[in-house]
Design a protein around this ligand. Structure first.
Ligand SMILES: Nc1ncnc2c1ncn2[C@@H]1O[C@H](COP(=O)(O)OP(=O)(O)OP(=O)(O)O)[C@@H](O)[C@H]1O
Ligand SMILES: Nc1ncnc2c1ncn2[C@@H]1O[C@H](COP(=O)(O)OP(=O)(O)OP(=O)(O)O)[C@@H](O)[C@H]1O
Ligand SMILES: [Mg+2]
Ligand SMILES: [Mg+2]
Lengths: 227, 227
């Protein structure tokens, strides 16, 4: 489903070159549940942005669902990304001037669903993350953890086959974090959704079946998680 | 130093009323190291915003360093806040179009220090959080954990006597999080700086000497942390 071969990402900053990803090769099958860990700045979000078609590699190739992503035109890439991937961003990325409900409903705009269905499903997703009575709040009227949960609701509402979650529990208390990870386990087990979670907490990584470690842009470990 | 008496904070949303803080009374002395925990939405950030003079209570009173904060004019409040409080925000709050160095130097603009000294101290603060070679990056050229560390550097650069840190390790790997908490311990022990840390991680809360628990806007526990 997801196949990276020799993927690198570099940035030029004046006369220095920063290697955010260094020749990463990685294959993830439909239905996998992968945890990604590594120090701050080791390339995890960069990896997620490339897998999520939000960024392009400097070198190497990326195939998503059989398509060579670098060969796709912008519109086709947007369509494939929108129907294939639900993204929980590290920084939330909510629209500031619209309500939680509108933010969660947004990914369905391209799906052709009618307004009643979009809002019904957005409400359902908000209820799933415990925010039914915050539907009409704007992001600045929500706590940090509530904003993070709106981001999670938005990522699941389209029932996309792949969920990329970049530190989904970083702003959540332990109990709420466990609820979210159990939600991901349910989606993986019952709907066969592929889950990739970036986390720096070992207890959260344990929900996955496979652990990938990054350091300085390189993948340094890829092993099964034994319970 | 910090004295809250019967502090409440309410928001009106249409025909419902949300009680973010419910009659909180709390006294914190200079040199204290306090950890604050509680579920998502329980009022922790609201408390920090009131202590940090970024928000006003709906009821009750708040005295900071002997001043009744509600009696201060806007300019005087800004001056007292700027010299008394270093704030690590839950959402980072960095200026997007300026470098890490400029962001860290910002609180010193009001202190009257000359440019060379402001930039020397900003570089020093960045080095303290391990970001010396990211000084000229803008926030969108930094990882989540790097942005969080720039926020921390900005909070310590003025050597303010109070540091309010709202989930300062939420985006940091375990090793980096420990470095940051050890930095706070040093500042508390060697410079007598008062530290208040909001966290949802028990291991992080253990660095404090006093634990305060919130639930539904109320303080439900206030006890010593025994090692
Ligand atoms: N401007 C606002 N208007 C309405 N409700 C608000 C507003 N700001 C905050 N709230 C509500 O106040 C409550 C407390 O929010 P607060 O940000 O203090 O929680 P918190 O304990 O910091 O949570 P977290 O751990 O998720 O960061 C939440 O239920 C939130 O929805
Ligand atoms: N636009 C950019 N220009 C220059 N350097 C960048 C840019 N974006 C990211 N970087 C650098 O690339 C490296 C990897 O960043 P990335 O965000 O992938 O790390 P991360 O593993 O997600 O870290 P964290 O755990 O702190 O979120 C970092 O050192 C960062 O400074
Ligand atoms: Mg990241
Ligand atoms: Mg908060």
């Amino acid at each position: 489903l997801i196949s990276l071969t020799g993927v690198s990402k570099e940035y030029e900053m004046g006369d220095s070159r920063i290697r955010a990803l260094d020749s990463v090769s990685l294959a993830i099958a439909q239905g996998d549940f992968v945890s990604v860990m590594g120090p701050s700045g080791s390339g995890k979000s960069t990896l997620m942005n490339i897998i999520g078609c939000l960024d392009t590699p400097s070198a190497g190739s990326y195939r998503l669902d059989g398509h060579d992503v670098s060969r796709l035109g912008r519109d086709e890439l947007a369509r494939i990304r929108n129907r294939t991937i639900g993204f929980v961003f590290q920084g939330f990325n909510l629209l500031a001037r619209t309500s939680a409900l509108e933010n969660v409903a947004l990914p369905m705009l391209y799906s052709g669903a009618r307004a009643e269905e979009r809002y019904a499903r957005a409400r359902e997703a908000l209820a799933t993350v415990g925010l039914a009575e915050r539907a009409h709040h704007h992001p600045n009227q929500l706590s940090g953890g509530q904003q993070q949960r709106v981001t999670i609701a938005r990522a699941i509402v389209n029932r996309a086959p792949v969920i990329l979650a970049d530190e989904p529990t970083g702003n959540l208390d332990t109990a709420t974090g466990i609820e979210i990870m159990n939600l991901f386990v349910r989606l993986n087990r019952e709907a066969g959704i592929t889950i990739i979670v970036v986390t720096h907490e070992h207890e959260i990584a344990q929900y996955g079946r496979r652990l990938i470690m990054f350091r300085d842009g390189r993948m340094v470990k890829d092993e099964e998680i034994t319970p």
